[in-house]
Design a protein around this ligand. Structure first.
Ligand SMILES: Nc1ncnc2c1ncn2[C@@H]1O[C@H](COP(=O)(O)OP(=O)(O)OP(=O)(O)O)[C@@H](O)[C@H]1O
Length: 330
């Protein structure tokens, strides 16, 4: 069954509510059931809905840390496939819906997602468009403009959040819809990471100071109109590339609808230069107090790095918290 999510045809397993079998006709039911029990659902999809009659080569693709990646060459073109042997399909569901939402904006290039689902031996897979990357780094000014166009085009009627929870690195990212950005960012971004630091390291110092900051961030948003924009959510240099025509491509998202400025939370390892920002702000004008909020948005990712990779990132997170507590007299 092909279900249209906006402009993008996604297979049924790309939808959040999988257990729909009773409502399907018997033919469709059989097709879906076959896909679930198939020994090799990736191969099966490529040779059916992927319109290939032959897979000519499967080669490994390096570069990722969390998943195994492969390039499938077929007589109907190339596909990019990621598999994970232990994590269920919800991680790739988040990736597929995120890629789909960005793709639908028709702005910056992202791989078109085709299908995700469970592997019969446990774990999960995602199949998407294979993009041939170029050797040149993407043009910073084009990247800035296209990213801003995506932020402008990707609107939400449900407020801040996303259709599903997803992951940033391998950390869960909670995307429960909210109409209040300050509450959303305080609770689901900073608050979640602070709780994680308390739970896994017993770090009550960072937890308590961080929570004090969460309660005091309101004035940093004075005179700002915050609209929910579609964000990539994990935009660092490892997730930015360019295709063979030199057009920027962004990958491996942790999408949600949030304040546009939160997209720069990974700017400490994204390599954005002056021309990137000037092009970006031509499309999405800089809001009052932007500079004051920059570190607040980086704090989420520093805390995530602390939780993922350990104490090397603690001091960066702590000094951002201390600076804000001083500035806000909190
Ligand atoms: N659609 C695509 N087409 C071709 N190559 C891709 C595509 N998406 C990603 N790649 C390549 O595959 C590599 C691994 O992909 P990715 O970074 O998404 O893996 P991951 O393991 O899920 O992520 P992480 O980097 O968070 O560990 C990337 O470095 C990139 O070079």
């Amino acid at each position: 069954m092909v279900v249209h999510v906006g402009l993008l045809p996604l297979s049924s397993s790309c939808l959040p509510s999988l257990p729909r079998l009773p409502r399907l006709s018997s033919t469709k039911h059989r097709t879906f059931a076959m896909a679930v029990v198939s020994e090799d659902p990736v191969r099966e999809w490529i040779l059916s809905e992927g319109n290939a009659t032959q897979i000519t080569r499967i080669s490994p693709v390096g570069g990722g840390c969390i998943n195994r990646a492969s390039h499938y060459d077929t007589d109907a073109g190339s596909f990019f496939v990621k598999t994970n042997r232990s994590i269920g399909p919800s991680m790739f569901e988040g990736e597929a819906l995120g890629l789909g939402a960005m793709f639908e904006t028709g702005t910056i290039r992202v791989p078109k997602p085709f299908k995700f689902g469970p592997l019969p031996t446990g774990g999960s897979y995602i199949i998407m468009e294979f993009i041939e990357f170029g050797s040149r780094r993407s043009n910073q000014s084009v990247l800035g403009r296209k990213l801003a166009e995506m932020h402008k085009a990707g609107k939400s009627e449900k407020g801040f959040g996303f259709e599903v929870n997803n992951t940033v690195g391998s950390t869960p990212q909670i995307n429960t819809w909210s109409s209040d950005w300050i509450q959303f960012y305080g609770e689901h971004r900073l608050g979640y990471q602070l709780q994680l630091a308390l739970d896994q390291y017993g770090d009550s110092t960072i937890y308590e100071k961080g929570q004090r900051l969460v309660k005091s961030i309101g004035p940093l948003f004075d005179n700002v109109v915050i609209e929910p924009c579609l964000l990539h959510g994990d935009l660092w240099s490892g997730n930015i590339s360019s295709d063979k025509n030199g057009e920027p491509v962004i990958l491996d998202p942790a999408c949600y609808y949030g304040h546009s400025e939160a997209e720069f939370g990974m700017s400490w390892c994204a390599g954005f230069g002056g021309s990137f920002y000037s092009s970006y702000f031509e499309v999405m004008p800089k809001q009052p107090g932007f500079e004051k909020r920059k570190d607040l948005y980086m704090l989420y990712h520093y805390l995530n790095h602390y939780n993922l990779f350990g104490s090397g990132y603690r001091s960066s997170a702590m000094s951002i918290i201390d600076d804000y507590l001083r500035m806000l007299k909190a």
